[in-house]
Design a protein around this ligand. Sequence first.
Ligand code: GDP
Ligand code: MG
Length: 343
Amino acid sequence: MATAAGDHGVETSKTNGSVFVEGKPLQVIQCKEGEHKLTLDEDAIRDVLLSPEICNKNVAVVSVAGAFRKGKSFLLDFFLRYLEANGSEDWLGNDTASLEGFPWRGGSERDTTGMLLWSKPFVIKRPNGEEVAVLLMDTQGAFDSQSTVKDCATVFALSTLLSSVQVYNISMQLQENDLQHLQVVALASHYDKVPKLFTEYGRLALQQSDCTPFQHLEFLVRDWPYAYEYDYGDEGGNKFLTKKLAIEDNQHPELQCIREHIKSCFSSIGCFLMPHPGLKVANSPHFDGRLQDIEKEFKDALKKFIPMVLSAENLVVKKIQGEAITAKQLLEYFKSYIKMYDS
Ligand code: GDP
Ligand code: MG
């Protein structure tokens, strides 16, 4: 595993086989259960965002959010492999290397709720020659008890505010309560602070320009069981999503409203249906992430999904009120969003 979050700076951790992962996860925002207070590690964020290599470059911020134990960190470690490989065809790695980066697996102890940022930004040249700094964000949270729902909504909200691509990781189905969680993030007013921030922010953004407040939202459905109905991948996913987000006359007004809000908050929304990775990934306590233990269908899906998000052609640059922002500016947004939440 990579070094634990906590101290700052970039270091290299060597894995077995030929896969190298540079950097480490930094716990930049922590949410202590029951206290409803966010702790921001400003020094950690500053070290990353103000590094001379990226501070004046525009940023693409890719976040993966959703409930605990659904393979978010595991997926992000394949994002890291893709970025480390720098365009090489065989980025997925060799068959026996363990999977390193954001800590996945986890033990039985309860994880903290919060946000992790990968310490090393990756600089990618877009087809127009512009260099963009790619940042990866992992979120931790569960909508499983009343005491954590609010904290998770906060983390979810902040990660949406700060990212240009929000991958919403869900399991097996896209259910009405998955949409409700998004609604919390988007514009609802069930929780006192964050939604106010969102409403205000959304309104401001809409007033000052014609832009939607947020950029891309990607529903990523894990262990998709109905491939006979909708195919794995983005084509099947988008057909499925169109049906799920359709606004019908005979729907309850609340359901219509949720769908309208979600659509109005993001410039684009997609969906990708992932196959099950196999029983070793799901159940084996000895599984260390090596490719040889993962089903081919799942690996094929990773090869499609990850370039869809991270290739130079497809990268989505973070914009606020329609303007691309630099890493240095992103630091200011980090600070002011946290301040707004805590005030
Ligand atoms: P996170 O809490 O969402 O970050 O989940 P982790 O990335 O820590 O993964 C939790 C567990 O799910 C690990 O034991 C993984 O081996 C397993 N896992 C990873 N991806 C998948 C998937 O697509 N389907 C299933 N069923 N399990 C997965
Ligand atoms: Mg995780």
